[in-house]
Design a protein around this ligand. Structure first.
Ligand code: DON
Length: 571
């Protein structure tokens, strides 16, 4: 990441969550099958976009499984939520199937072969063309489908093609997202053309229709010819021409050589629950499990959830885990990552360094890292099908609308994910830039991510599916939701809605959501008394569209995060 990320979420999130915890009876009596929250005993899809969730739900209704629904939803989001839904970016899909080992599909972008360690080292703002990583989404979704899908590939893309052709009905969230992109992109003419408001108007408003005919053609090629249309065929040619136009690095060979990878997810436990989350190149799983292991020894529930004691202990865990993130984490195909980071013994040693009376200054946590002077658009979706298969997927273009480069003639956006590499080797700053070796740029390397699609299981069955956008805040958003749910046994709506906090080692300060801090009038003062610096300037942290499942009754509860318009649908 080139700059510390703002905390406002602007991503796509689709979650399916299941819970072992009983839910209040009156909720189930009134809960609808679809809406910001939904209940079903069959299946559930939750994402940031109503049409995308409906596409996933239809696929489930037609006999598709959770992976089919996830693939269809992902293509739907590429049409209906262009700031983060994508075919020109990358991401992670976590899959849990009854009685089988969980699977993690890594479709993170890679650095082009011509990338170099020093390419961003001068500290100047790089050209967006140089920030584009080799996209992974299309081959990643294809790999998931080939291994686990049930319905034909083209059938899963057909609803997205129809949506692009006939148009997405714009709601307030999409209007705001499109207007924001247009206001911030005076130098990107193709973006301005493709996402132009209706004739004669200078702004989008709810009720308008976004039609994307070139994207429909691109999706049709992918549906008919398969993923090779994107990596070897006409779309690859269009990407290469676009790169040459702006001085980008991606070549025909980079695209042809891109491969998604099947990896073992990170596995941890917390109070009898099994936690599955992404392995490197995401930092999500390791940091999440490290934080949960640290707080497990503190008996958090003896104190109220938003007491300064609980927030302090969680924050101290965050600081230590994020210091380890800077110290050790990068693409594990390029760097050796110490295996002890997710062990209970390691966490217990770290827990002993936590004082309940005073925060530990960040500078003391990784003294060997020399300190120099001195947006967040991703989306997550969750799915659970009637066979109990769960999918947690987070994917991204990195910033909102990625590099803002729309591939001419093809109607889709390219990512600017190269910004997730450490830009200046050796330069780590107190304001959050990291310059450690593990995440330096190398040809074909995957840049470190914080995306953290997570599935919690009990006795082998999923009980919660969750994840979020939000750059480096993502891991802490998931940590907050898991603590709310697993430690404090909150109903899912409360677990998703509650105040979130974030600390990422540097800057050495806690961020508490401005939109929710009034609910906790003494918290800032009490944290300051423990030595913390506190900011409340960021209104919202992430959007965690989640699903909880009761393994006994099979009841599914879908909750779209109230921080953004989202939609849960059950059949
Ligand atoms: O992979 C990552 O961690 C970042 N590129 C994610 C960016 C992000 O979440 C932006 N959005 N809300």
């Amino acid at each position: 990441m080139l700059v510390p990320k703002p905390l406002v979420a602007g991503a796509i999130v689709l979650w399916i969550t299941a819970s072992a915890l009983p839910l209040p009876a009156q909720e189930s009596a009134v809960a609808p099958r679809a809406g910001p929250t939904a209940i079903s005993t069959r299946d559930m899809v939750v994402s940031v976009s109503r049409p995308a969730s409906e596409i996933g739900s239809q696929v489930l209704n037609q006999g598709g499984n959770a992976v089919d629904a996830a693939v269809a939803t992902a293509f739907g989001l590429a049409v209906a939520w262009p700031e983060a839904g994508n075919i020109g970016g990358g991401g992670f899909m976590l899959i849990v199937r009854a009685g089988e080992e969980p699977v993690f599909i890594d479709y993170r972008e890679t650095a082009p072969a011509a990338a170099t360690r020093e390419m961003f080292a001068d500290g100047k703002p790089p050209s967006q063309y140089k920030l584009v990583g080799v996209p992974g989404t299309v081959r990643g979704l294809a790999l998931a489908h080939e291994k686990f899908g049930r319905l034909p590939w083209d059938k899963l893309i057909a609803p997205a093609i129809a949506l692009a052709e006939h148009g997405v009905i714009v709601n307030d969230a999409l209007a705001g997202s499109l207007n924001g992109a247009l206001a911030k992109s005076p130098d990107f003419p193709e973006l301005r053309r493709v996402y132009a408001p209706p004739e004669g108007r200078d702004k989008w408003q709810a009720g308008d229709k976004l039609v994307q005919p070139q994207l429909a053609v691109t999706l049709r090629l992918i549906a008919i010819e398969g993923p090779d249309a994107f990596y070897l065929g006409r779309i690859a040619e269009q990407i290469v021409v676009e790169m040459q136009r702006g001085g980008g690095l991606i070549t025909k060979e980079d695209l042809a050589g891109y491969q998604p990878l099947e990896r073992r997810p990170i596995h941890g436990t917390y109070r009898g629950y099994d936690i599955y989350a992404p392995s490197p190149p995401s930092s999500g799983g390791i940091c999440l499990v490290e934080m949960l292991n640290i707080v497990e020894g503190f008996d958090l529930r003896k104190h109220p959830r938003w007491s300064s004691r609980t927030v302090h202990v969680m924050t101290e865990a965050m600081k230590r885990a994020y210091a380890d993130r800077a110290r050790y984490l990068g693409d594990s195909d390029f760097v050796r990552i110490p295996p002890q980071l997710t062990t209970k013994e390691y966490a217990s040693d770290l827990a002993k360094t936590i004082s309940l009376a005073k925060t530990t200054p960040s500078e003391q946590l990784a003294p060997e890292i020399k300190l120099a002077k001195e947006s967040e658009q991703t989306t997550h979706f969750s799915v659970i099908d009637r066979g109990g298969m769960a999918v947690s997927n987070t994917y991204t273009l990195e910033q909102s609308f990625g590099a803002k480069i729309v591939v001419r003639g093809a109607g889709f956006l390219l990512n600017n994910e190269m910004g997730d590499f450490n830009p200046q080797p050796g330069i780590t700053t107190r304001d959050g830039q990291i310059g450690t070796a593990a995440n330096e740029v190398r040809p074909k390397k995957r840049m470190l991510s914080s995306m953290c699609p997570t599935i919690v299981c009990r006795d082998g069955e999923p009980v919660l599916v969750t994840g979020s956008p939000g750059g480096r805040t993502i891991i802490n958003t998931v940590f907050n939701v898991l603590v709310n749910r697993l430690e404090y046994e909150q109903p899912l709506e409360e677990a998703v809605d509650g105040l979130r906090h974030h600390h990422q080692w540097f800057p050495d300060r806690i961020s508490l959501e401005g939109s929710r801090i009034k609910r906790h009038p003494n918290l800032v003062r009490e944290l300051e008394a423990l030595g913390h610096t506190v900011t409340t300037r960021y209104a919202r942290q992430g959007d965690a569209h989640s699903i909880a499942r009761d393994p006994r009754t099979k009841r599914l509860e879908g909750v779209a995060d109230p921080r953004i318009d989202g939609w849960a649908v059950g059949n």
